[in-house]
Design a protein around this ligand. Structure first.
Ligand code: IVH
Length: 674
C-alpha cells in the first residue's frame, strides 16, 4: 500500500478490530474469533507500523509492552485529588453515616447507595483525553502521584482507546480504579519465584504494588494484573453529558470497555446496605481476588456534590471494613528482643499462617506479665488476631493441645545481645539490659531511631544496612555515620556506585536539621517528639541544653520528674556529651527554632487531629510552634483552631460541638505562610 490515506484508514480499522476482540477476550471472557485470526490482525498492524512509522501511535494496541525501561518515576499532579474513605466497623457506624447524610440532604427521607466490594489492590488514576489513555498514575499522596503509564499499558483489559459507543467522549476524564492480582495468579507467581530463587510477595496487594512500581514495563507485562474502574476524578465534559448516578457511571464505563466489578449493586436504603454487606461477607472467601470491606456511596451524583467532603474523604461514601481476622498456628519458639533503651520484649515465632491475606510469622508479647496472663509456651497452639494494619497479637492458647513436655517460659537472666546484666526496675513490668550503647542490639536500635523520619531523616538507611554497618564495625555510634565514605559502602554487599553516592548525599543533607529533631534523635528515655520540641524551645541551642539543670527542666511545660531524671542522667555521661560535640564537629547543624508573633496562629491554642498528606504531622506541629501557637493535645473551650487531616478522630466531633474553627490541611498551611 503506497497510498498513505489508505494505510492510515486501515491502521484505524485494525485498532478498532483489535481493541474489540481484545476486550471480548480479556474483559468479557468471550472471544469472538479464533486466536489465529486475532494474530493475523495484529501482525498486519505490526507490519504497517514497521513500514509507516508515522502511523505508529502511542495508543496503538501494539504499544502495550513497547516502551523501554524508564530512568525514574515522573511525578504528576492529579487534576482532582484522590481522596480516601472514612471507615465503618459495624451497623451502628453505618446508621450514623446514613443519619449524617439525611441531616444534610434536607427534604430526603431515604437514600439509595451504590454498594461495591472494596478491592484490596492499588488505587490508580487513568487520564483519558478525548477517549484515549493519556497518562496513568499512582495515588501518591493524594495530590501528586507517580507516572506509571508504561506499566498500565501492559494491562490488557485497560483500553488504550475507549470504545466509541457514544457520539463523543468528555474532553478530559480521570477514571479512578483499582489494579489487583487474583489470588490464584499470586500463588502461581510466588511458586515460580521460589523456583527461580527470586523474591516472593507477602500478599496479592504487595504483588500488585511491586509490579506497578517498576521502571521496566516488561515486569508488569509478565504479571497477570487486572483492573476494575470504580470512580471519577476530574472531568472536562465538553459536549458530553455525564449520567446522574454512580451506578450509571459504572454502566457507562462498562460500555466504554472498562472492566467494572460485576458484584456492584444499588440498594434503595441503608437496610439494603446491611444485607449487601452480609452477602459479600459470605462470598468473600470464594472470590477470585481479595477484598477488605465494602464501599457504600450515595448513588445520586448531585447529592454527592451537595454533601461535599471533609479533609481528605468525601461525606458521601464510607468503607465498611470486615472484622479482625483470627488464625490458629503453632508457636515454634519464644525469643527475646532488645529495644532501643534496653527493654527486653518476648517475641513468639510461629509456623507462618495466612490470616486474611497476610502471612503472619511472629508477634511480640508486651512483657513477662503478659506471658503469664496468656500462659503461652513454646510448642503451644495459639489463636492470633490481625486487624487491618495493626500488629498481630496472640489472643489465647488452646490448652487442649498443650504437649505434656512443655514448660513455662523462663525470663532470660542475661541480655540476649550482649550477655550483660538485666534488671527489673521497681514499678515496671519490663526487664532491661543496662549496658546502653555498648550493647550491640541497643546500638542498632538507637541508630535506627537516629536516622528515622521524624529524627534526622536519613533517607535510604534502613535496618538491614544499619545491621551491616554495625556488624562490620564501620559504625559504633551516631557520629560514625558522618565519617562514612563512599568506598566503605562500596565494600558492602548490595551497594553500587549510584546507591552509595545517594546514601552519602542523604547523610550529608541530614546535617541541616532543627534543634528539636536533633534532641529527639538522641533517643533519651521519655524524650519523645513533643518533649524534644519543648526542650528546643526553652534552651534555644545545644550549649544551653547541655548545661540544663533540674530546676530548668522542671520549669518546662510537660516535663515532669521522670523525664527530667532521664535527661540529666543522659547529660551526666561524658560519652554522650563527647558524642554530641563530635556530631557538631562533623558538621551537624541543629537550627534554633525562632518564634514569630505576627502570624494568624501566634498565641492561639491549636489542636491537630488525623494524618496529613503534604506535611508530616510532627513537622506541622513544629511549624505551628515556630509561629507562636500553643499546640494542645485535646480540644476544649479554650481551643482556637482544630487542624484536621485524614481520618480525624473524636476531636473533630468535639470541636464541632464547641463550634471551634476547623481548618483543613491546605488552609492551615496557607495561614502558616502568612
Ligand atoms: S471510592 C472518594 N470505591 O479504597 C472515594 N474506593 O480507602 C474514593 N477502593 O484508595 C474511593 N475499592 O483505592 C472506592 N469500589 C471502590 C473501591 C475503593 C477499593 C480503595 C481505593 C481507595 C481506598 C479508600
Amino acid at each position: 500500500m503506497k497510498d498513505s490515506p489508505k494505510v492510515k484508514k486501515r491502521v484505524a480499522e485494525l485498532h478498532k478490530l483489535i481493541n474489540i476482540h481484545s476486550h471480548n477476550y480479556h474483559t468479557l471472557d468471550s472471544p469472538a474469533i479464533q486466536d489465529q485470526e486475532y494474530d493475523a490482525l495484529f501482525n498486519e498492524l505490526l507490519d504497517l507500523e514497521a513500514n509507516y512509522p508515522k502511523f505508529k501511535y502511542p495508543y496503538s494496541p501494539s504499544q502495550r509492552v513497547g516502551s523501554k525501561p524508564l530512568e525514574g518515576f515522573k511525578k504528576v499532579e492529579h487534576l482532582a485529588p484522590m481522596l480516601s474513605l472514612d471507615n465503618a466497623f459495624n451497623s451502628d457506624d453505618m446508621n450514623d453515616f446514613n443519619k449524617r447524610i439525611l441531616d444534610r440532604l434536607t427534604g430526603k427521607k431515604i437514600i439509595s447507595y451504590s454498594c461495591e466490594p472494596k478491592l484490596d489492590g492499588i488505587a490508580v488514576n487513568l487520564l483519558y483525553v478525548k477517549g484515549r489513555l493519556d497518562k496513568a498514575t499512582t495515588r501518591g499522596d493524594g495530590k501528586i502521584g507517580e507516572d506509571i503509564t508504561h506499566n498500565i499499558k501492559t494491562i490488557n483489559s485497560i483500553p488504550l482507546s475507549l470504545i466509541e459507543n457514544t457520539s463523543n467522549f468528555p474532553n478530559i476524564i480521570e477514571i479512578r480504579g483499582e489494579v489487583f492480582i487474583e489470588k490464584k495468579d499470586f500463588d502461581t507467581n510466588n511458586k515460580k519465584a521460589i523456583k527461580l530463587g527470586e523474591k516472593t510477595f507477602a500478599n496479592p496487594r504487595n504483588a500488585a504494588a511491586g509490579s506497578l512500581r517498576q521502571l521496566d514495563p516488561a515486569i508488569a507485562a509478565s504479571r497477570p494484573l487486572k483492573f476494575f474502574a470504580h470512580g471519577i476524578g476530574f472531568i472536562d465534559k465538553g459536549n458530553f453529558e455525564l449520567p446522574d448516578s454512580q451506578s450509571d457511571t459504572l454502566k457507562l464505563y462498562k460500555s466504554w470497555g472498562l472492566p467494572i466489578n460485576p458484584l456492584s449493586e444499588v440498594m434503595s436504603n441503608i437496610e439494603g446496605c446491611e444485607d449487601y454487606f452480609k452477602k459479600i461477607s459470605n462470598k468473600r472467601e470464594n472470590l477470585p481476588y481479595e477484598i477488605d470491606g465494602v464501599v457504600f456511596k450515595v448513588n445520586g451524583l448531585k447529592d454527592q456534590i451537595t454533601l461535599g467532603q471533609v479533609s481528605r474523604a468525601p461525606r458521601w461514601a464510607i468503607a465498611r471494613k470486615f472484622p479482625a481476622e483470627i488464625g490458629t498456628t503453632y508457636v515454634k519458639k519464644i525469643s527475646f528482643q532488645v529495644g532501643r533503651v534496653g527493654s527486653i520484649t518476648p517475641v513468639a515465632e510461629f509456623d507462618p499462617v495466612n490470616i486474611g491475606g497476610v502471612v503472619v510469622s511472629h508477634a511480640s508479647i508486651h512483657n513477662f506479665d503478659e506471658i503469664e496472663r496468656l500462659d503461652v509456651r513454646e510448642g503451644d497452639t495459639v489463636r492470633v488476631k490481625r486487624a487491618g494494619d495493626v500488629i498481630p497479637q496472640i489472643i489465647s492458647v488452646d490448652l487442649s493441645q498443650r504437649k505434656k513436655s512443655s514448660s513455662e517460659v523462663i525470663p532470660p537472666n542475661a541480655c540476649p545481645s550482649c550477655n550483660g546484666n538485666l534488671i527489673k526496675p521497681e514499678g515496671e513490668a519490663i526487664l532491661r539490659c543496662m549496658q546502653g550503647l555498648s550493647c550491640p542490639a541497643q546500638r542498632c536500635e538507637s541508630l535506627i531511631h537516629f536516622v528515622s523520619r521524624n529524627a534526622l531523616n536519613i533517607d535510604g538507611l534502613g535496618e538491614r544496612i544499619i545491621d551491616l554497618l554495625v556488624e562490620r564495625g564501620l559504625v559504633t555510634n551516631f557520629a560514625d555515620l558522618f565519617r562514612l565514605k563512599k568506598e566503605d559502602l562500596l565494600n558492602l554487599e548490595g551497594f553500587r556506585e549510584k546507591s552509595a553516592t545517594n546514601l552519602i548525599n542523604s547523610i550529608d543533607s541530614s546535617k541541616e536539621t532543627t534543634l528539636a529533631r536533633f534532641i529527639y534523635s538522641l533517643g533519651i528515655r521519655e524524650v519523645g517528639e513533643a518533649t524534644a520540641l519543648n526542650l528546643a524551645l526553652n534552651f534555644n541551642n545545644i550549649a544551653n541544653f547541655l548545661g540544663a539543670t533540674e530546676d530548668d527542666l522542671l520549669e518546662i511545660n510537660d516535663i515532669g520528674p521522670v523525664a527530667s531524671k532521664f535527661i540529666l542522667e543522659f547529660l551526666s555521661f561524658k560519652e554522650n556529651v563527647d558524642l554530641i560535640e563530635d556530631l557538631l564537629q562533623l558538621g551537624v547543624n541543629p537550627q534554633e527554632i525562632r518564634i514569630e508573633n505576627n502570624n494568624p496562629f501566634s498565641s492561639k491554642s491549636v489542636v491537630i487531629t488525623g494524618s496529613f498528606t503534604s506535611i508530616a504531622r510532627s513537622q506541622l506541629k513544629e511549624e505551628l510552634i515556630r509561629v507562636g501557637a500553643r499546640v494542645a493535645s485535646s480540644v476544649s473551650a479554650k481551643t482556637d483552631f482544630l487542624v484536621v487531616g485524614e481520618n480525624p478522630g473524636s476531636k473533630l466531633k468535639k470541636a464541632n460541638e464547641l463550634e471551634i474553627d476547623i481548618l483543613e490541611e491546605e488552609e492551615a498551611l496557607k495561614l502558616l505562610q502568612e
